[in-house]
Design a protein around this ligand. Structure first.
Ligand SMILES: [Zn+2]
Length: 69
């Protein structure tokens, strides 16, 4: 997914595997936002779970079991 940095305004890409990682962490820690550091200015951008899910709508379907529970 493409993210535009709120601080330096440059776009950067988040790989799908990172989107999955983010979604899994949000779920296990019951957070609604994930902090993704910008590779340009290294400051953190907050991405909502909804935005992550929009770029990985198949994530829920592929998650058949919980490893940690
Ligand atoms: Zn930035």
């Amino acid at each position: 997914m493409q993210i535009r940095c709120y601080h330096c305004n440059k776009p950067y890409a988040l790989r799908k595997e990172n989107v999955y990682e983010a979604l899994e962490q949000l779920k296990s820690e019951r957070l609604s936002h994930y902090d993704i550091p910008c590779p340009h200015c290294r400051r953190v951008n907050r991405v909502s779970q909804q935005e992550l899910l929009r770029s990985a709508p198949e994530w829920k379907r592929s998650q058949k079991e919980q490893k940690d529970q």
